[in-house]
Design a protein around this ligand. Structure first.
Ligand code: ADP
Ligand code: MG
Length: 250
């Protein structure tokens, strides 16, 4: 009912919810999550329930093939809010190309490596990070080593290093289906705006429509939407996005 929904929104600090489908309240709602991922979440990690941003992001990213903007403070579980939907989407439509279908752009190398470790624990996809500080030769080697070819690839990168790799032809994003801009506010703060534009333009130019997905789905996560440049980034990169905003309780 309407009253339950307002209560749920209040309890979970959901201030904006622009979508016509309901959030999940438990991992098993809508039967979105396959058993192995569910086991990993609940038994291995001990995460009894999704966090509010995960409750909102999971069904929306998975059930709507639409861009997504999630605003929630640091520590609210945004990493799994996009990693789980990416895993499920890629599992559902295995590709024959052995190419990157998911790309996560992050502001720092530490964050890239953290996401790589966290994501690889699920054993669902090959997550590979490319960051500054590694030589292009080393990156090229890393991308071909230790890869389980039965699994889908997800790339995690800082903008500058990714551009180098694209220029050198080490990485190719022709088959990209999901692009995540994580910590978009920090990427703006660190002056990555122009590089994000460059990457976005390269993706638009080189992507070919794959047999199972004609649209690139862009997911943007940020702790804040305050600041002209961050709202401009959202407006210029996201097409008719689902918008979910959570505010911290006072
Ligand atoms: P953010 O990106 O919003 O700053 P993180 O994704 O880094 O947040 O998550 C913050 C912490 O919460 C991490 O230690 C993560 O493992 C933990 N976490 C994520 N999801 C859950 C959950 N559903 N239940 C409990 N803890 C969680
Ligand atoms: Mg984060």
């Amino acid at each position: 009912t309407k009253r339950d929904w307002s209560l749920f929104k209040r309890e979970n600090n959901i201030t904006t919810y622009k979508s016509d489908i309901d959030p999940i309240r438990n991992w098993s709602d809508y039967n979105l999550i396959p058993r192995d991922i569910l086991t990993r979440l609940t038994i291995d990690l001990g995460y009894g329930k999704p966090t509010p941003i995960q409750m909102c992001s999971l069904p929306n990213i998975l059930m709507k093939n639409q861009d997504f903007l999630g605003v929630a403070k640091t520590g609210s579980g945004k990493t799994l809010a996009y990693l789980i939907p990416i895993f499920i989407k890629l599992l559902k439509t295995p590709s024959v190309h052995n190419k990157f279908r998911g790309l996560i752009l992050v502001p720092t190398r530490e964050l890239a490596q953290q996401i790589e470790v966290e994501g690889n624990k699920f054993g669902v996809c090959n997550l590979k990070s490319i960051v500054g500080g590694h030589s292009l030769e080393q990156i090229n080697r890393d991308l071909s080593l230790d890869i389980d070819h039965n699994k889908e690839f997800v790339l995690i990168a800082t903008p500058g290093r990714l551009i180098d790799c694209l220029d050198m032809g080490i990485v190719d994003l022709k088959y990209l289906e999901i692009l995540v801009l994580d910590e978009a506010d920090r990427m703006i703060d660190l002056g990555f705006e122009e590089q994000l534009d460059t990457i976005y333009n390269i993706i638009q130019k080189t992507r070919v429509a794959t047999y199972n997905n004609n649209n690139l789905q862009i997911l943007m996560f940020t702790a804040t939407l305050n600041g002209t440049n961050i709202s401009k980034l959202a407006e210029s990169k996201l097409k008719n996005p689902i918008i979910i905003k959570l505010t911290s309780s006072s």
